[in-house]
Ligand binder design. Structure first.
Ligand SMILES: C[S@@+](CC[C@H](N)C(=O)[O-])C[C@H]1O[C@@H](n2cnc3c(N)ncnc32)[C@H](O)[C@@H]1O
Length: 300
């Protein structure tokens, strides 16, 4: 997926690029190498550890990149307007985040119930799980995780936390497993609850919405945006954004009535309107890519 995303961005010598999810800097390094000797990269990540790792990884490109800790929703606050030939957003969590128990993203490792990408923000998963009422929790599990047992699980959490607050990932995973046993299913019964809490704690959908709007400001005409998403809510948001901005008309009131359309010049066009999915080889090599989808757009 990333290979295809980088191919679509076509980094070229002297080009200017932004990586809004720089992670360990692997993809940024490929962009910087391809844009040698004078290309430039603006990079950010919400995660301070990722920023440190990216800075170390990209030391050989010092003087050709600027890396900051921050949300890609704020890219337009520091990246010059209409300056970029390409922007990459490789959403979700990194393997480094998932695999480190103390970050609390995974039920596979016991750690504090944290899940913050940016550890400077006050809201943690523990606060949400111990503080939100049953309706709010059920809404998060159902809407952001597609959890069918959302209400039952939310009520059980509220009952359980009256006796003992949730502090660790294992505590929460065990409670969920005791209510929704695995019964031979492939996925762990806590998968959807953990995903939904992570999305809520990090306001991932709100960030993506604001991030897409920010990217429109920093892309040059002809510049491309490649977005890799990992669940259907994100992908729908990207698809709807692309559709709305590639239309040659607008409409108000949320309903598209042909007689009430206002003509306007579209802001972008699709490069890959249909989402690309990983092939067999990538799936075999990286099973975590199974839900990845890539969409690419070009600024007009
Ligand atoms: C799949 S990893 C990216 C890996 C990266 N492409 C690389 O080469 O290592 C996703 C990264 O995006 C970051 N992230 C997710 N949402 C973000 C946001 N709204 N703003 C900035 N970074 C974000 C995460 O902290 C994580 O490091």
């Amino acid at each position: 997926m990333v290979t295809e995303a980088l191919e679509a961005l076509k980094p070229r010598p002297g080009g200017r690029y932004a990586d809004g999810t720089i992670g360990g800097g692997g993809h940024a390094a490929i962009i910087l190498a391809a844009s040698s000797p004078t290309g430039w990269l603006f990079g950010c990540d919400r995660d301070g550890d990722a920023v440190e790792a990216a800075r170390a990884r990209l030391a050989e490109f010092a003087g050709r990149c600027e890396i900051r800790q921050g949300n890609f929703a704020e890219l337009a606050d520091w990246v010059p307007t209409a300056s970029c030939d390409g922007v990459l957003l490789d959403l979700g969590v990194s393997s480094r985040q998932l695999d480190s128990a103390e970050r609390g993203f995974s039920f596979q490792h016991d750690g504090p119930l944290d899940m913050r990408m940016d550890t400077r923000q006050p809201l943690t998963a523990a606060e949400l799980v111990n503080g939100a009422d049953a309706d709010e929790l059920a809404k998060i599990f159902a809407e952001l995780g597609g959890e069918r047992d959302a209400r039952r699980l939310a009520k059980a959490i509220v009952r359980s936390r009256e006796k003992q607050k949730f502090e660790t990932t294992r505590q929460l995973a065990e409670l969920i497993e005791s209510i929704s046993p695995r019964h031979g299913k492939r996925a762990h019964p806590a998968t959807k609850v953990f995903q939904s809490l992570r999305i809520a704690v990090n306001d991932e959908l709100g960030s993506l919405k604001r991030g897409l709007a920010a990217v429109m400001k920093i892309l040059k005409p002809g510049g491309r945006l490649a977005v890799i998403t990992f669940h259907s809510l994100e992908d729908r948001l990207v698809k709807d954004f692309g559709r709305a901005r590639s239309r040659d008309y607008t409409f108000t009131g949320g309903v598209d009535v042909p007689e009430l359309r206002e003509p306007r010049v579209p802001e972008l066009k699709w490069v890959t309107r249909k989402a690309l999915r990983p092939g067999e080889a990538e799936l075999a090599d990286n099973p975590r890519s199974r839900s990845a989808q890539l969409r690419v757009m070009e600024r007009i």
